[in-house]
Design a binder for this molecule. Structure first.
Ligand code: SF4
Length: 352
């Protein structure tokens, strides 16, 4: 197990974040928050895909008003993303959000910041401070000659300090740049200096293919160093794949486990039977299963038994059929058409 950085723990609508809590997968809606029906549908879909916290943009009063109904009709903790306007923050808190994303240094007059902080304190709602390399303060850009990692960290610490002066410590920080090395550097520097939980993400990450790779590399390096309490993979378009990629990142490092994990061989000239369609069928049948299970699907007996022994269930292509393994041991040989039925049976046993 990867040793994790020790952070203070927050409670986001009943979901513990930081400390010894598991790393949480987050995502963000891309619907118009004022469209209550569409937003509720997407929040629920994201939760169904495995998003444990969902963020929504709150750009104006109507969006803040819509939040009341959205909070009432969903069950996953919601984060209101607000820029500058403290009244939107207060309205979102009234609506019942579980967290605010707002930078106190951008709110303006101290009394406004105090109002937001007092409301958060009263409701037990933490604040996420989000630093983006693309919108750093001019003063810091001049001081450091650009949006360097050090400048990003200083900006974050400045915002944290404003809240600390009001004795408010229920904070999480994110430091995001569009390039991976700078994001890693900023998070490493910040992690060395505080025990504040970190939300990881690579902003402007890109399309499904390039964004997944960039996120996996960036998040993977930080997570492997023990840094990160929540993660979001940002991809252009439909947010549901973000959640799946986020889970895959955590699963690949052994940091979380959820659903079916399939290990399959890359295929080569020794392949005994086509296994691509077997994998597709297994994913279609068990992809949404709640059972945490590791399945190996292998093309021949060269590496097949070894992988199958390490998995909960194994399917190995053989001449004239498939060999099934259960809990590391050979179980039986079946025909192609019997694979799914047998796996169903084995999964039912595991669940029972
Ligand atoms: Fe090739 Fe067999 Fe390895 Fe698959 S398991 S890559 S078919 S040697």
């Amino acid at each position: 197990m990867i040793p994790r950085r020790k952070t203070r723990q927050l409670n986001v609508g009943g979901v513990p974040i930081g400390g010894d809590a598991p790393i949480i997968v987050q995502s963000m809606t891309n619907t118009d928050t004022r469209d209550v029906a569409a937003t509720i549908a997407q929040v629920n879909a994201l939760q169904g895909a495995g998003s444990e916290v969902v963020r929504l943009a709150v750009p104006d009063r109507d969006a803040a008003t819509a939040l009341g109904e959205i909070v009432a009709r969903t069950s996953v903790p919601l984060v209101a993303d607000i820029h500058f306007d403290y009244r939107l923050a207060l309205a979102s808190l009234d609506a019942g959000v579980a967290m605010l994303r707002i930078n106190p240094g951008n709110i303006g007059k101290r009394e406004r910041v105090e109002k937001v902080v007092e409301a958060c304190r009263a409701k037990g709602v933490p604040i996420r401070i989000g630093i983006n390399a693309g919108s750093l303060e001019k003063r810091l850009l001049e001081k450091y000659g650009g949006a360097t990692a050090v400048a990003m960290v200083e900006s974050a610490l400045d915002h944290v300090q404003i809240l600390a002066e009001m004795d408010f410590h229920d904070v999480k920080v994110s430091l995001k740049a569009s390039d991976v090395p700078r994001t890693i550097e900023a998070n490493r520097l910040f992690a060395e200096q505080t025990d504040i939980p970190l939300h990881l993400g690579i902003t402007e990450a890109g399309t499904l293919q390039s964004g997944s790779v960039r996120s996996a590399v960036g998040l993977g390096i930080m997570l492997f160093a023990g840094i990160g309490d929540t993660i979001r993979v940002s991809l252009t378009g439909d947010p549901l794949p973000e959640v799946r990629v986020g889970w895959d990142v955590l699963k690949s490092l052994g940091l979380r486990d959820k659903g079916i994990t399939i290990t399959s061989c890359p295929n080569c000239g020794r392949l005994e039977q086509n296994i691509e369609d077997v994998i597709e069928e297994i994913e279609a049948e068990f992809g949404q299963s709640d059972a945490t299970i590791h399945l190996a699907v292998m093309g021949c007996s060269v590496n097949g038994p070894g992988e199958a022994r390490e998995a909960d269930l194994g399917v190995i292509a053989a001449p004239n059929g498939f060999l099934l393994y259960k809990h590391g041991e050979f179980w039986k040989k079946v025909k192609r058409t019997e694979i799914l039925t047998s796996l169903r049976e084995a999964l039912a046993e595991t669940a029972g």
